[in-house]
Design a protein around this ligand. Structure first.
Ligand SMILES: *Cc1c(COP(=O)(O)O)cnc(C)c1O
Length: 510
């Protein structure tokens, strides 16, 4: 293997991206054309070692031309992919260069865990969560950790919820403390006289069902408490009724709140008052509240903004979420740090240790008395990437104003497009039952729509992708295909992007 300095390696990277189509292409086309199969020689393990330049050829010839523009384009509107801010980019390159293993708090050896705590607390600030309840590295019962994404954070939330609802039920039934982490799901459930743990929600993201499966509750444990006549709202009376009947039904409950539903971007709660009421009910019946706010939690960034009247529906949907027990948000979506990065907060640090403690391997012991939790006792992994660094870098660079400005441009473009689609005779903005003003006021960063003519609608997503100028995800709404524009890149330019999107949507009708 040739020895190379960091400098020499970075020079190579610079040369590659000069000619890499997906970078040079930038905004011109969002999808590569005609992706071939990898040639046989490029899939086999060489006898090697090869000079670095030769191995780079494999990348430049066979891989880079066939990657999509995702983060590089402001008009890649699929999923909710976000982008990479310049400061996050620098942070991520440095993460690779320094390659810290952020598993144990070793403050005399690396400042990495302190940076993770600082980055989490900057997010607590950005999200305007009350500091007495939320944060990391405090002497209270609040804790947090960076994960690989919202799915992983939902797994942590449901794992802690499971620990909480079952250990509380066991305490009520036997007067003794038991822990799922220690004694196992089956033993605690039996002692608690609980036959099932149900997850109450309204249109939860598919990853909540996945998380339910992973933590042993099962995908079918999800029960809808959708308020009739609404698309997403929690039926608070139903929650109360179920709670009241929980013991008789030998059932324990976790409430999973959709704070930003993935098709519409709308919110399951509508006010701090509603959340207060929900919290009271859940306290009364020992129900854990988990918030899935992968992208929607960023609505809280706009609370108190000088133009806040424009964002009232969004901020109302996120107010009161601080009453939750655990919170999921994503870093690789609206925070615009690179994959992969998820955010998790809880107000029950003690339960994190019950659930995620990594035994007591002596060589892994951190500084016991510190307020900083060892990540290996707080989340899924032992060895971990220094994911906090890009987050720390981007928050330090842009601050609250930078993120407000970014969000306002994203919401601005979403609303411009929603209005255009609403007025267009051949398109329909979804959900269809909302009037124009309400539909626009509720628009966050996602625009859900379809073509009115079925024959066009069937091919709509494909035709939009074929334009090469923008990318959308297809989904289904009310049993029919629909298209979804999710605006999440920091590069968004309301005028320039809006004009191009409208041209594309006009052209596919011809
Ligand atoms: C994207 C998303 C997820 C899954 O997030 P990953 O980061 O892809 O794991 C979960 N919930 C919601 C609401 C989402 O939008």
């Amino acid at each position: 293997m040739e020895l190379k300095t960091i400098d020499e390696i970075l020079d190579k990277v610079k040369n590659i991206i000069k000619s890499a189509p997906s970078v040079a292409r930038d905004d011109s086309t969002v999808l590569p054309k005609n992706i071939p199969a990898l040639p046989q020689w490029a899939t086999s393990l060489p006898d090697g070692p090869l000079p670095l330049d030769r191995s780079i050829e494999r990348l430049t010839a066979n891989v880079l031309p066939y990657l999509n523009a995702s983060s590089l384009s402001s008009r890649y509107y699929g999923f909710v992919t976000g982008g990479v801010t310049p400061a996050a980019f620098v942070g991520d390159v440095l993460t690779t260069i320094y390659d810290q293993n952020v598993a144990v708090h070793l403050p005399a050896e690396t400042i990495a865990t302190d940076v993770e705590v600082a980055a989490l607390n900057m997010l607590v600030d950005l999200f305007q969560l009350p500091k007495q309840d939320w944060g990391a590295g405090t002497d209270g019962n609040s804790g947090g950790i960076f994960t690989t994404g919202a799915t992983a954070s939902n797994v942590l939330g449901l794992a802690l919820g499971r620990e909480y609802v079952l250990s509380e039920a066991a305490k009520r039934a036997t007067g003794k403390a038991m822990s799922v982490g220690e004694h196992g799901l089956l033993a605690v459930a039996q002692a608690a006289q609980v036959d099932q743990v149900k997850i109450l929600s309204t249109l939860p993201h598919s990853s909540v069902a996945k998380a339910a499966s992973i933590v042993g509750l099962g995908r079918s444990s999800i029960v809808s408490i959708l308020q009739e006549g609404t698309d997403l709202a929690i039926d608070v009376e139903k929650l109360q009724d179920l709670g009241e009947d929980a013991e008789a039904q030998r059932t324990a409950y976790i409430l999973a709140i959709s704070a930003g539903e993935v098709n519409t971007g709308h919110f399951a709660s509508d006010s701090a008052d509603m959340m207060k009421q929900v919290r009271e009910i859940c306290d009364k019946y020992g129900i854990w509240i988990h918030v899935d706010g992968a992208f929607g939690f960023f609505g809280r960034v706009l609370i108190g903004h000088k133009q806040s009247q424009d964002y009232q529906h969004i901020t109302a949907g996120t107010r009161g979420l601080e009453f939750a027990d655990s919170i999921t948000a994503d870093g690789h979506k609206l925070l615009n740090v690179p994959y992969d990065c998820g955010i998790f907060f809880t107000r029950h640090k003690n339960l994190s240790f019950n659930t995620f403690q990594n035994g007591n391997a002596a060589y892994l012991a951190g500084v016991g008395a510190s307020l900083v939790q060892d990540p290996l006792n707080t989340g899924l992994e032992n060895s971990r990437r220094f994911r906090a660094l890009p987050v720390y870098a981007t928050l330090s660079a842009y601050g609250r104003e930078g993120y407000c400005d970014m969000l306002i441009r994203q919401v601005g473009l979403a609303r411009r497009l929603a209005a255009w689609i609403y007025e267009h005779e051949k398109y329909e903005l979804l959900p269809a039952r909302l009037g124009k003003d309400e539909a626009l006021a509720k628009t966050f960063i996602i625009v859900l729509f379809r073509a009115k003519e079925d024959a066009v609608n069937e091919k709509l997503v494909k035709m939009i992708k074929n334009s090469g100028k923008m990318y959308v995800s297809g989904t289904s709404w009310d049993g029919k295909p629909a298209a979804r524009i999710a605006i999440s890149n920091w590069r968004v330019d309301v005028e320039a992007d809006g004009t191009i999107v409208e041209e594309v949507l006009e052209s596919v009708l011809r």
